[in-house]
Design a protein around this ligand. Structure first.
Ligand code: GDP
Ligand code: MN
Ligand code: MN
Length: 255
C-alpha cells in the first residue's frame, strides 16, 4: 500500500471573491478519486469572512468574559456571535459553532491575515466543500473528494492537529464494526474518522506559518463516495457524555 501527498504550488494570497476551485485546477492536474484538502483560512477569505476588529463593539457580556479570560473583548464578541452553544466559558471559550463544530474561540484566527483583522470560519464548511467539489467537476470532469480543515487543539493532549470541518464526496468514517480482528473476534466499536486522519496528514504539508501552502492533494486512498457533509461524525447530543460532564462540572462550580 502506498499513498502520495502533493502540495499545490504557487497559490496566491486569497481575497474575497477568489475562485478557489479554479485556482487549484490551474495549478494541479487532478485525477479521479483524488482528495483535495483545503485550509479553512483561504476558504473563509474567499467567502469574505474577514472582520476588521475596529468594527466590533463588545456587549457587556463579552466585556465580562473577556476580563475573566484576559482576552480582547472584540474577539469574545465575535466568538459569541458565531456560536450556537458555549460549552466552556473559562479559562477559554470552547463553543459549538452555528455549523456544529466544537472548537476554541469558534475558530476565529488572527494569523495569516494582514492588519488588525481576523478570519472567521467559513459560514458552512460542508457547503463550501460541496461548492468547490462541484466547480472542480465543472472545470475538469474529475470526481474528487474535498475536505476543508482547521487546526484544532484536543482535549487531554497538548499540541494541535488538522481536523476536517467540512467535507464533500467522501464518507467521514470508515466503519469496521461487524468485521473481524486477526483472531476472528467481531469488532464492535471501531469506526475510524478517516477525514480527520487525512486532514492531519495534509496539515503536515500546510504548516501553520508563512509557507503559503493551503492546498494539498492526497492520491491513492479509495474513499470517494457520493456523500455530503460531516454530520455523522458529530455525536448526537444524547451520546455526548463529555459535553454533559463539562456542563455538570460548570453548574457545580457556580452553585
Ligand atoms: P488554518 O489551519 O485554516 O487556520 O490555516 P493556517 O492559518 O494555519 O494556514 C495554513 C497554511 O495556509 C499555511 O501554510 C499558511 O501560510 C497558508 N495560507 C493562509 N492563508 C493563505 C493565503 O491567502 N494564500 C496562501 N498561498 N497561503 C495561505
Ligand atoms: Mn484556523
Ligand atoms: Mn493551521
Amino acid at each position: 500500500m502506498n499513498i502520495s501527498l502533493f502540495t499545490v504550488p504557487d497559490i496566491p494570497l486569497i481575497h474575497e471573491g477568489d475562485d478557489i476551485a479554479a485556482i487549484v485546477c490551474e495549478r494541479f492536474d487532478l485525477q479521479d478519486r483524488d482528495i483535495v484538502i483545503i485550509v479553512s483560512t483561504i476558504v473563509a477569505k474567499a467567502e469574505g469572512r474577514i472582520i476588521e476588529l475596529s468594527d466590533v463593539t463588545p456587549s457587556d457580556r463579552a466585556l465580562a468574559i473577556a476580563e475573566q479570560n484576559d482576552r480582547d473583548p472584540r474577539i469574545v464578541q465575535m466568538v459569541l456571535d458565531e456560536s450556537k452553544e458555549i460549552i466552556l466559558k473559562f479559562p477559554f471559550l470552547l463553543v459549538e459553532t452555528q455549523n456544529g463544530n466544537v472548537c476554541v474561540n469558534a475558530g476565529i484566527d488572527g494569523s495569516n491575515i494582514d492588519g488588525d483583522r481576523v478570519v472567521l470560519l467559513p459560514e458552512d464548511s460542508d457547503r463550501s466543500a460541496k461548492e468547490i467539489r462541484e466547480e472542480i467537476f465543472a472545470l475538469t470532469a474529475r470526481k474528487v473528494s474535498v475536505i476543508v480543515t482547521d487546526t484544532n487543539g484536543r482535549a487531554f493532549r497538548d499540541g494541535q492537529t488538522g481536523v476536517a470541518i467540512g467535507v464533500s464526496g467522501i464518507t467521514p468514517t470508515r466503519d469496521w464494526r461487524g468485521q473481524c480482528d486477526l483472531f476472528g473476534k467481531v469488532l464492535e466499536v471501531a469506526n475510524e474518522a478517516v477525514v480527520d486522519e487525512i486532514a492531519g496528514a495534509a496539515n503536515l504539508l500546510f504548516g501553520e506559518g508563512c509557507d503559503g501552502t493551503p492546498v494539498v492533494v492526497v492520491r491513492g486512498l479509495d474513499f470517494y463516495a457520493e456523500h455530503e457533509g460531516l454530520r455523522p461524525i458529530h455525536f448526537p447530543r444524547s451520546e455526548d457524555v463529555i459535553r454533559d460532564a463539562i456542563a455538570h462540572a460548570s453548574t457545580q462550580e457556580t452553585g
